[in-house]
Design a protein around this ligand. Sequence first.
Ligand SMILES: [Cu+2]
Length: 131
Amino acid sequence: MRKERKAPILRGRDLWARVAVAGVTLLSGCGGDGPSGPRDEPRTLDVEVVDFSYRPDTVNARVGDTIRWIQRDAIPHTVTAGTPAGPRPELFDEPLDQVGAVVEVELTTSGTVSYFCRPHPGMLGTIVIEP
Ligand SMILES: [Cu+2]
């Protein structure tokens, strides 16, 4: 199974939009109101979900990049924004079931977004998004 979520417009279960909202919230007071000047080509940054961990567990990204989680375990996992104590499923909350499942999120706003796995709260990851 392959899942792709890269809608470039704001509506419904649009993860692209949700991450943008997260960035605004998390960066309030830090300035950084969107892009300025020339940008590098957007990249797709892979995170493998394997042996009950996200590899790498911290990704340094830029606005415009896409994070692509790839399920390598036979055990179902999720990528859920926030922390086990403070989940933020309104940002993103997606299952990774079968081996080979993929979830993609395009990053539209700078900030730091934590995420975790619902069934395994010891599985933690961070996305650091630079302008
Ligand atoms: Cu898990």
